[in-house]
Ligand binder design. Structure first.
Ligand SMILES: [Fe+2]
Ligand SMILES: [Fe+2]
Length: 193
C-alpha cells in the first residue's frame, strides 16, 4: 500500500506549492501537513484530504494585495472585504487561486482553506483540523503553543476554542480590525461550547 507521503498526487503537487512561497513558509506548510495528518488519524478524518488542504492552505499568502483586490472585485465577494488585508484574504480568497491554478475542486478542501484563519460557526472535522494544525505545527514557538498542542490531543473542539480565544486576545490587544467571522467563531466555540 502506498502511503500518503509517497503518493504520486502529493509529489506532483509539492513543487507547485514550493515555487509559490519562501523556503520558510514552505517549511511551515510541511509542518502543518504533518500536524494535520496526525490529527486526521486521531479523529477519523480523511488523511489524504488533510494532507492536501494543509499543503495548499497558504498557497496564496505571498500574492500581492493587487491580485487579491482584483479577485475580490471579479468574484462574488462583499465589498467590505476590501477593508481587510492579506491576513484575511489569503485563505478566504486564496482558495480561488488554489482551485484555478492547482485544479483542486474538492469543496471540503477548499472550505478548509477558506476558513483556516477565521474559523466559522459551522466547521467540519477537516476545517477544525486545518485551523488547529496551522496553529500548533512543530515550527510554531509562541509561549502557549505547548498548551494548545496538549489540548489538541485531548479534544479538538476545545483546541478550536483555545486558539480562537488566543487569536482574539491578540487582535484586541494590538487594536487590529476584527473580521466578523472571527467573532462568529468566538461566539460558537468559546462561549457556547
Ligand atoms: Fe494562513
Ligand atoms: Fe499557515
Amino acid at each position: 500500500m502506498t502511503s500518503v507521503a509517497e503518493s504520486d498526487y502529493r509529489s506532483q503537487l509539492l513543487p507547485k506549492i514550493q515555487q509559490a512561497m519562501s523556503e520558510k513558509r514552505f517549511k511551515h506548510v510541511l509542518g502543518v501537513e504533518k500536524a494535520a495528518v496526525q490529527l486526521a488519524e486521531k479523529y477519523g478524518a480523511s488523511v489524504e484530504k488533510a494532507s492536501i488542504a494543509a499543503l495548499t492552505h497558504d498557497y496564496a499568502k505571498e500574492r500581492s494585495d493587487q491580485e487579491f483586490i482584483q479577485q475580490i472585485n471579479k468574484g462574488n465577494y462583499p465589498q467590505e472585504l476590501l477593508n481587510y488585508g492579506n491576513y484575511i484574504w489569503h485563505g478566504l480568497v486564496g482558495a480561488d487561486f488554489v482551485q484555478q491554478e492547482l485544479a483542486i475542486n474538492n469543496q471540503e478542501i477548499l472550505q478548509a482553506i477558506r476558513l483556516h484563519t477565521t474559523g466559522a460557526a459551522e466547521m467540519s472535522l477537516l476545517d477544525k483540523i486545518i485551523y488547529v494544525a496551522d496553529y500548533i505545527e512543530a515550527g510554531r514557538d509562541f509561549p502557549i503553543v505547548e498548551q494548545a498542542r496538549e489540548i489538541a490531543q485531548v479534544d479538538l473542539d476545545q483546541a478550536v476554542a483555545f486558539e480562537t480565544q488566543q487569536v482574539l486576545l491578540y487582535l484586541i490587544s494590538s487594536k487590529k480590525l476584527i473580521y466578523p467571522k472571527t467573532l462568529e467563531t468566538y461566539n460558537r466555540w468559546v462561549v457556547n461550547l
